[in-house]
Design a protein around this ligand. Structure first.
Ligand SMILES: Cc1cc2nc3c(=O)[nH]c(=O)nc-3n(C[C@H](O)[C@H](O)[C@H](O)COP(=O)(O)OP(=O)(O)OC[C@H]3O[C@@H](n4cnc5c(N)ncnc54)[C@H](O)[C@@H]3O)c2cc1C
Length: 467
């Protein structure tokens, strides 16, 4: 095992464990505050845990429990995303959401949903009647009894967004170690010394953002798990792009205590999504899909939008929520030894990440002496993969199209394989470009991609394709 870590790069102010959306946002914030930040990620590439498979909704927090940590982080994260997204060229589909009631009993719950939204500062949420729902959503099925309209709910890019956060951290001096699993750590009274699969690293404070392994990392470093991760699987079906015109807003059910329920919405990439389910399971890694569950989702989608029955399914996937025995986020901050744990970021982390990062930065201010904020902040410019804006294939000099289903250009592939945080796996390349994620699922472009990406990945592409 090499020991290049501590010896090669000195002492960091913060060592962030995990490069999911939360770790990416936390690393960005602490770096922009002037700290020396190191991110450790055990997977070959970033965003390979819970952040790999979500619904990609930017939540206002209208339905979060008022006064919860989650609600505070959602409100702040939502605000900040809107304030920085244009600087980072991050796309947004501002389509609004409808919480649709399908019975009188559900309609009776709409007032309470609006009350909660108002308590959370989402003042523009309002009830609309069935006729108004139908006017807004001509393809919706029979039986609607009313809805709550939440204009601020939106759809974003689930991967370019956190990738931009981490890229900005790196541009401004943060270091990221991928394929670098934290194995042990101790505090000597002055510094943490963390042992990883890529050597030892030294830092003043650890920020645990390990998602589905948050409790395990707490146990490893501070001797107590603080909470118990109870992975909750959510399966999805992705319909062909032809189906996207069937929905305008994000169509939500009236939620239950346990889950927001199955959503029908467009994706930023121009598809239509139905999901997720919510089933607790012991495995923290098993994101397999079940054919019967998927069939159920297809039937569910066709009840909400009957014409969906005529559209093919392009892809299926599942994500695992890092849920715990409690509903709220689990934040733990201690001064001695300096340590922060941000866990249980269950089902809203994509939206709340920037708010979580602000909260962490405020909490650590009294624990670790801060550095000087950089005189000038660097901003990476991301390539938008949105189907609702201009794409690279429409611009000159793009080197031609490699993935024809998703219209991914040679220039986009080359960029994803180069730069400060190049793709290290086929999964990483897919998330950066969408190559292989379209109708043919890589049947036509995989051979060419393998040629272009030869020797760039830790595992040969053929191995990943056969998994
Ligand atoms: C089905 C589903 C739907 C969702 N829909 C939405 C939505 O529409 N909107 C929204 O805002 N949110 C949504 N979410 C929630 C969001 O995806 C999660 O809140 C978020 O991904 C959690 O991110 P994280 O960074 O905490 O965890 P993760 O993404 O799991 O990141 C943790 C990282 O830590 C790494 N790690 C773990 N242990 C170690 C170790 N020992 N050493 C080094 N690295 C380690 C892991 O490899 C991983 O990459 C959804 C989630 C799911 C599953």
């Amino acid at each position: 095992m090499s020991n290049h870590g501590a010896s090669g790069c000195g002492r960091f102010d913060f060592i962030v464990v995990g490069a999911g959306v939360v770790g990416c946002a936390v690393a960005r914030k602490l770096t922009l505050e002037g700290a020396r930040v190191l991110v450790l990620e055990k997977a070959t590439d970033i965003l390979d845990g819970a952040s790999k498979g979500n619904s990609a909704l930017l939540h206002t927090g209208f339905d979060a429990p008022p006064g919860s940590i989650e609600q505070g982080c959602l409100a702040d994260g939502y605000r900040e995303f809107l304030s920085i997204r244009e600087r980072l060229s991050l796309p947004l589909l501002a389509c609004g959401a409808l919480v649709v009631a399908w019975s009188n009993a559900e309609a009776a719950k709409l007032d309470a949903i609006v009350d909660t939204a108002r308590a959370n500062g989402v003042d523009d949420a309002r009830i609309i009647d069935a006729a108004e729902v139908r006017r807004r959503e001509p393809a919706i099925g029979d039986g609607v009894t009313g809805a709550v309209l939440v204009p601020g709910e939106s759809v974003i890019d689930p991967w370019t967004t956190p990738y931009a956060y981490l890229l900005q951290a790196v541009l401004n001096g943060a270091r990221v170690e991928r394929g670098c699993e934290l194995l042990r750590g101790e505090y000597d009274g002055v510094s943490w010394r963390l042992g990883t699969t890529r050597g030892d690293f030294e830092g003043a404070c650890v920020v645990n953002c390990a998602g589905l392994y948050g409790d395990a990392v707490n146990r490893m470093l501070i001797g107590t798990p603080l909470f118990e991760i109870r992975p909750r699987k959510g399966e999805f079906v992705v319909f062909d792009k032809s189906a996207a015109r069937l929905a305008n807003a994000i169509l939500l059910p009236v939620p239950s205590e346990r889950t927001k329920g199955v959503v029908v919405c467009r994706t930023i990439f121009g598809n239509l999504l139905v999901g997720p389910t919510a089933v607790e399971q012991p495995s923290r890694d098993d994101a397999s899909v079940d054919e019967r569950v998927l069939e159920g989702l297809v039937r569910h989608g066709a009840r909400i939008l009957p014409a969906l029955a005529n559209h093919p399914v392009t892809a299926t996937y599942a994500g695992l929520r890092p849920a715990t025995e409690e509903k709220d986020y689990r934040l733990h901050v201690q001064p001695d030894p300096p340590y922060v744990s941000v866990g249980g970021i269950r089902s809203t982390g994509l939206s709340a990440a920037l708010g979580i990062a602000n909260l962490v930065a405020r909490e650590v201010a009294g624990i670790v002496a801060g550095g000087d904020r950089p005189a000038a902040i660097e901003w990476p410019e991301m390539r938008s993969l949105s189907a609702y804006g201009e794409r690279d294939w429409q611009r000159p000099g793009n080197g031609g199209i490699v993935c024809h289903c998703e219209l991914v250009t040679r220039r986009e592939i080359d960029d994803a394989l180069d730069g400060l945080l190049p793709a290290r796996s086929l999964g990483g390349l897919k998330r950066r470009t969408r190559a292989t994620m379209g109708r043919c699922q890589g049947f036509y472009c995989s051979a060419r991609l393998a040629q272009i990406a030869a020797n760039r990945f830790d595992e040969p592409m053929a191995t990943e394709l056969s998994e």
